[in-house]
Design a protein around this ligand. Structure first.
Ligand SMILES: C[S@@+](CC[C@H](N)C(=O)[O-])C[C@H]1O[C@@H](n2cnc3c(N)ncnc32)[C@H](O)[C@@H]1O
Length: 248
């Protein structure tokens, strides 16, 4: 569901054929691959991440997908190599929220943009969630595990609401900010259990919950059971998207 939102954001921001795009904090390359399809054979995508592990996976996936217009490099978005050259667009998903100084990070990124170039970011935000009409205590507890963990790791869990301000403070002209909800219905299986499974070591390390409290192998089923029993619809994630332009 978030993937659909990302695709729409990239399209609406105007990313298209022939563009040269930098994907910062690219992880396993999900956004880089979407952009690679959009820019086509005449375009180019460079994904950078400071963590070599997801980068190795991204390279393997690019090879499997047969994409020749995307490359991946290790690096910190705050210290881009000048050898990368200038880009038409800088994109990032779930990455600004992890920067200790998002304004400074954006200022440095805009140095890699050609004049008139675009910055496009998609960030999660915990301000308005969790939300449901009927009480869903297990959903609320799981939400708390996830967000308290990232907050203890230093993330800004209100980055969606801060997006317009940080883009402007970085000297960029904001063209659009919007937010979409990830809606979980009573019957639809959602991947919250899978997300918690991936985050489990971090949740335990931050002292937010124990493995026994989480009981990962039964979690997805218990969440679905709670929604089905209450016949309740639940919003666990708000996804903010924004694009802004380099004006000088
Ligand atoms: C939550 S993941 C998102 C991955 C990817 N953008 C996506 O949405 O699928 C955040 C990624 O940003 C990377 N990251 C965070 N801060 C970074 C920085 N300052 N420079 C480079 N990579 C960074 C992390 O290593 C991680 O792979």
């Amino acid at each position: 569901m978030v993937a659909e939102m990302t695709e729409r954001l990239l399209a609406d921001a105007g990313i298209g054929a022939g563009m040269r795009v930098l994907d910062v904090g690219c992880g396993r390359g999900d956004v880089s691959f979407m952009v690679a399809q959009r820019v086509g054979a005449q375009g180019q995508v460079v994904g950078i991440d400071r963590d070599v592990q997801p980068l190795a996976a991204a390279r393997d996936r690019a090879r499997e997908l047969g994409l020749s217009n995307v490359t991946f490099a290790e690096g910190d978005l705050g210290a881009l190599s000048p050898e990368l050259g200038l880009f038409d667009v800088v994109v990032g998903r779930r990455v600004l929220m992890y920067q200790p100084d998002a304004v400074a990070a954006l200022r440095r990124l805009s140095g890699a943009l050609r004049p008139g170039g675009l910055v496009v970011f998609q960030e999660l935000d915990a301000t308005m969630v969790p939300a449901s009409v009927a009480p869903l205590p297990l959903h609320e507890r799981v939400h708390h595990w996830i967000w308290q963990t990232v907050e203890r790791e230093g993330a800004d869990i209100h980055m969606g609401f801060h997006l317009a301000t940080v883009l402007e403070q970085a000297g960029l002209a904001v063209e659009r900010v919007r937010a979409e909800a990830v809606v979980q219905t009573p019957k639809l299986v959602h991947r919250t259990g899978a997300i918690v499974r991936v985050m489990l070591p971090r949740i335990v390390k931050q002292g937010v919950a124990t493995e026994a409290e989480i009981d990962i192998d039964t979690l997805e089923e218990r969440l679905l059971g709670e929604r089905a029993k209450a016949n309740a619809t639940y919003v666990g994630d708000m996804v903010f998207g924004a694009w802004a332009r380099k004006i000088d």
